[in-house]
Design a protein around this ligand. Sequence first.
Ligand SMILES: [Zn+2]
Length: 130
Amino acid sequence: MAYTSHGHQINGTERDGSKKPATVARCGGPGICGKCSMEATSALRDELAEAILDSGLISYNEEVNRVEHILIRHFRHDELFGEAKETSERFLQLAQFIDRTIQDEAWKTIVLAKLHETQTVAIRAVLEGR
Ligand SMILES: [Zn+2]
């Protein structure tokens, strides 16, 4: 797990083995705080870039499939249940639709990153009963 400089966990990151910070700012974290959102988006993009580099000798098409898979993975929230799970699954379906319909990889990455931020806010709102 990676963390923002305000101390919030960045959902979807796995590669960074950094330790959980001792203090967490009350800024709302990714999806609410501008600084946290920017850092979370860039951490997810870095992870994506690493995965592409790691992929080595696979063909272009396989590489594209792997990129799609990595992005969509961030929309799955198996730890949730009830209304929060339903909310997360609506975003997952939307992400899969975007994945199928947007051909340009760079544009798709930006749209999915923005959608993921929105999903984070929506799930938090459900969990906090807003
Ligand atoms: Zn913050």
